[in-house]
Write a protein that binds this ligand. Structure first.
Ligand SMILES: *Cc1c(COP(=O)(O)O)cnc(C)c1O
Length: 383
């Protein structure tokens, strides 16, 4: 069946009691058991361990990512945290993308480093650099592609091959493209991680996370940590995300088509110094973008001539684009990573990975593209 059919129907069926077409919000702490001998017969005991509404979302995401199973979390960071807790012990080493999301970098350097886990932040755009970073005690390779906000890509198939030769699990943060455009497990990765806060919800309504595992064994390891540490998604959040997923392909296609038009407009604009969008022929990894994904997504960044001051004036002059953190929703958002999402990454590290002070990140929403372009043009006139 096609992706759009699956995004609507996978994991859910009409409620057997009432026929309600939408999965009910099972707002219940506990589940009554038939008898001591028939404990867990219906699959549920206590909502930290499993909840039917959350389980419906997990089944849907597992199907869309072509995984064995999925575990949902309270946030994207909780999903990344659980993956690292499940796979790493004190004394282990992990190779992490040098352009990973600022929160991932902070989790590695400020939290896991306290527990004796060692990291190498490698240039994962270059598979050889990943191979060279592997040590005897490497137990995880974590990439993010496209990376937030640099848009740098990692070759999922090439890195998965290196990882499997060393029997190291490869986890891919697939937040930017979603399973509609990119399916890491089909390319050989072991885990696909999401901040469901972004495109899967798509409506700026929730924060949530997901880890889809290629095997039941990996899923069991993650699920064990989840139950042990108590980091779960709530039924209400799962329900909203279930509804968001049903329009994922339509939103992604429309938002990506708009992003392409906006990227071309900015590329031609005399006040713009640089535009970075994987769909542009000038994008350095354009061939890889076409090879490993079926769409380019709706995220891009650009730099205005005149540096940081001009960039700030531009962001303040925008009216339809909201100045806010988050991405992937129907509302178009503009972000200044250096002062907002990546403020915790130190200046030298930011410079090294290409997060310049003047970088303006756009998350293209679902408004009429003519309105989005007109707003950018009037703001550019005023810088
Ligand atoms: C937002 C984001 C995260 C963190 O997700 P939260 O839901 O905010 O915790 C992780 N990875 C990427 C690529 C993100 O964009």
């Amino acid at each position: 069946m096609g992706f759009s059919t699956e995004q609507i129907h996978a994991g859910v069926e009409p409620d057997p009691v009432t026929g309600a077409i939408l999965t009910p919000i099972h707002q219940s702490t506990t589940y009554v058991q038939e008898s001591v001998d028939r404990y867990l017969e219906k699959g549920y005991s206590y909502s930290r361990s499993a909840n039917p509404t959350v389980r419906a979302l997990e089944h849907k995401l597992a199907k869309l990512e072509r995984g064995a199973d999925c575990c949902n979390f309270s946030t994207g960071m909780a999903a990344i945290n659980a993956t690292m807790v499940a796979l790493l012990n004190a004394g282990d080493h992990a190779v992490v993308s040098d352009v990973a999301y600022g929160g991932t970098y902070r989790l590695c350097t400020k939290v896991f480093s306290r527990f004796g886990v060692e990291f190498t932040f490698a240039d994962t755009a270059n598979p050889d650099a990943v191979a060279k970073s592997i040590k005897k005690n490497t137990r995880l390779i974590l990439t993010e592609t496209p990376a937030n906000p640099t848009m740098k890509l990692s070759d999922i198939a090439a890195i998965s091959k290196i990882a499997s030769e060393h029997r190291i699990p490869h986890a891919v943060d697939n937040t930017f493209l979603t399973p509609y455009y990119q399916r890491p497990l089909e390319l050989g990765a072991d885990l696909s991680i999401h901040s469901t806060t972004k495109y899967l919800d798509g409506h700026n309504a929730t924060v949530g996370g997901a880890v889809v595992s290629a095997t039941d064994d990996l899923d069991q390891q993650i699920r064990f940590v989840q139950n042990a540490t108590g980091n779960i998604m709530s039924p209400m959040v799962a329900w909203l995300t279930l509804q968001g997923c049903k329009t994922l392909s339509v939103r992604m296609d429309a938002q990506s088509a708009s992003a392409m038009r906006i990227a071309r407009m900015l590329d031609d604009h005399p006040k713009v110094a640089q535009v970075c969008y994987p769909g542009l022929e000038s994008f350095s990894q354009h061939a890889l973008a076409k090879r490993q994904a079926s769409g380019f997504g709706a995220m891009l960044w650009f730099e205005v001539k005149g540096g940081v001051a001009a960039g700030k004036r531009l962001m303040d002059a925008l009216e339809l684009w909201s100045l806010a953190e988050n991405l992937g929703s129907v509302e178009s958002l503009v972000t200044h990573p250096v002062t907002m999402t990546h403020a915790d990454v130190d200046k030298a590290e930011r410079k090294r990975v290409g997060i310049t002070d003047g970088l303006v990140r756009l998350s293209t929403g679902l408004e009429d593209v003519e309105d989005l372009i007109a707003d950018l043009e009037q703001a550019l006139e005023r810088v």
